[in-house]
Structures are given as structure tokens and as C-alpha cells.
Design a protein around this ligand. Structure first.
Ligand SMILES: [Fe+2]
Length: 293
């Protein structure tokens, strides 16, 4: 994945919003991001998700994966809350609340949202039908729409109960390291560090690991567990596809704000990617050890 400066920058120069010199400074910074962040092995070469995609994970490996993912998913709420608290603008705080409230179960409000057509209240909050677009502002809260509840439903088909999922005590050291790095870097009070981490997390998420997980889970569903609900994963894949395009827009905006610090941004991004990598490396080491046990 290589980031490219968008036409909007040329447009901004033409409109006199930024100078030629600022545009080329930005373009050099995008090169730095490509060189320093986008080459990180967890973006270019995620061994675990590549292996998982092949559909060779057995029941124990799938369960271990779901438990670790549930710990990340649940503890992510803390990191997102930190991001809300440490926001440096009202817009930033609202953008972070969109994610936090949606995680907790507020369904995005969008005219034409499929939810309005659903008569069967049993399906309200079902990730197969809830939209990935719109705002939590004016959205409907449903317990069943909480992302963690989607995982609980998935877990129940694998004999994982509510108390087998999402708690700190269920996390391996590498999973917990990742979760703690999220809280401290992604949720950092220094906006430059936090934004670097956000940028890193978004690019990691856009690098295609959701699709790899889905293909592995589809294979497992087919051969082992026909009732396995995959919607937690397909929903996240859908929303990521939509987010990917926004990453450069956000960087362009941020870069020209007062106080932007390139060094801190890259540092936050790199440290966050190392945290992300720890999570996947932990999973990969576990499956290798399990295979030879
Ligand atoms: Fe989520």
C-alpha cells in the first residue's frame, strides 16, 4: 500500500489556500509516512492473518483467536474513551464519540437505513443488516447492536460463554500489551502522538486483514460449524472499506493545522504499529506452538 498526495492539494495551491512550498513539504511528509510507516511488517506481511485465510485453523485455534479478539474488542472501549477525553477540538471529540457510541450499540442514523424496514424486532441490531454509514447522532441504541454482543453470539456457537470472553484475565501478554499500547498511544493526550497512532491503526485496518479473517472463518464454518455467525467480521470489513479513502483527507487536514509535529506523529504511528504487531505475532506463535504440541 502506497499513499499518494491527492489532487486536493494541487487544488489548494491553485486556490491560494497553501503555498507551493507548503505543498511540497506535505508531499515530502507523505513520502516519509510511506517509508517509515507503510513498510511496517504488520501492514505488508501479517503472517497470522495470511495463514488464517487458508482455513486451516482447527476448533481450538479458532476459539483462541476469538477469545483474544474479544479481549481487544472490549478493552478497545477504554482506548476510545481516552481518545474522547483527550480530544483537542469539539469536532475531534464528536468523531471519537461516533466510534465509541457505535461500539456500545448506537446504530448509525441515516435516512434510508435498512433498520427502518425491519419489522422483526428480533433482528434489530443484527450486524447483517445494520448500516456502516451515518451518525450516532439521532441513532437508535440497541443492546444487541453492541459489537461485543455480536462476538458473544458468535462465541456461543463455539461453547464460549459470556465470562469466557473480553476480560483482561483472558488476554495473553501480547494481547494485553497491544490493548495497553492502544490506551496509551492511540488515546494519548498529545494530539500529534494520538493522530499518528490513529493513522497507523486505520492503515493497518485497511490493509486487508478483515478479508483474510473472513475467508478463514468461512472455511471453518463450512467444514465445522455451519451456524457460525460471521457478521461481526463482515460488518467491520464493510466499514473499513469505507474508511480507507478518508485517511489521506484527514492527514491533509491535520498537516496544515497549527502545532503539527511530524516527528511525534511518526513516533506515535510506529509505536502503535509495534503494538498491533505484538498482537498478531502472539497469535501466530500460539498457533505454531499448538500445531507442534
Ligand atoms: Fe467494532
Amino acid at each position: 500500500m502506497i499513499l499518494k498526495v491527492s489532487d486536493q492539494i494541487t487544488e489548494k495551491v491553485r486556490n491560494g489556500e497553501i503555498t507551493d512550498e507548503e505543498a511540497s513539504r506535505f508531499s515530502r511528509f507523505v513520502d516519509t509516512c510511506n517509508r517509515e510507516l507503510m513498510t511496517h511488517s504488520i501492514i505488508t506481511d501479517n503472517k497470522y492473518s495470511q495463514w488464517f485465510a487458508k482455513g486451516e485453523a482447527d476448533r481450538e485455534m479458532v476459539k483462541h483467536f476469538i477469545v483474544q479478539f474479544s479481549v481487544f474488542s472490549n478493552l478497545f472501549l477504554i482506548a476510545q474513551m481516552m481518545k474522547v477525553i483527550n480530544a483537542t477540538s469539539l469536532e475531534g471529540m464528536r468523531a471519537s464519540k461516533e466510534i465509541l457510541a457505535n461500539e456500545l450499540g448506537v446504530i448509525f442514523n441515516k435516512p434510508g437505513n435498512k433498520l427502518e424496514d425491519v419489522q422483526d424486532t428480533d433482528r434489530e441490531g443484527d450486524p447483517d443488516i445494520v448500516t456502516v454509514e451515518g451518525s450516532v447522532d439521532g441513532g437508535t441504541f440497541r443492546f444487541k447492536a453492541a459489537h461485543f454482543e455480536w462476538l458473544v453470539r458468535l462465541g456461543s456457537t463455539l461453547d464460549l460463554g459470556f465470562n469466557d470472553l473480553g476480560k483482561r484475565r483472558h488476554g495473553t501478554p501480547s494481547t494485553l500489551f497491544f490493548c495497553d499500547q492502544l490506551s496509551s498511544i492511540y488515546g494519548n493526550e498529545d494530539a500529534n502522538i494520538a493522530e499518528g497512532a490513529s493513522f497507523a491503526v486505520e492503515n493497518w485496518a485497511a490493509a486487508g486483514f478483515w478479508k483474510e479473517l473472513i475467508s478463514g472463518l468461512e472455511a471453518f464454518k463450512k467444514s465445522e460449524q455451519p451456524d457460525l455467525p460471521l457478521a461481526f467480521f463482515t460488518w467491520h470489513d464493510r466499514i473499513e472499506e469505507q474508511h480507507a479513502g478518508h485517511v489521506m483527507d484527514e492527514l491533509e487536514e491535520l498537516y496544515f493545522e497549527d502545532g503539527f509535529d511530524e516527528g511525534k506523529f511518526i513516533k506515535g504511528g510506529l509505536e502503535m504499529l509495534d503494538g498491533v504487531a505484538a498482537f498478531w505475532i502472539g497469535l501466530n506463535e500460539h498457533r505454531i506452538a499448538a500445531a507442534y504440541a
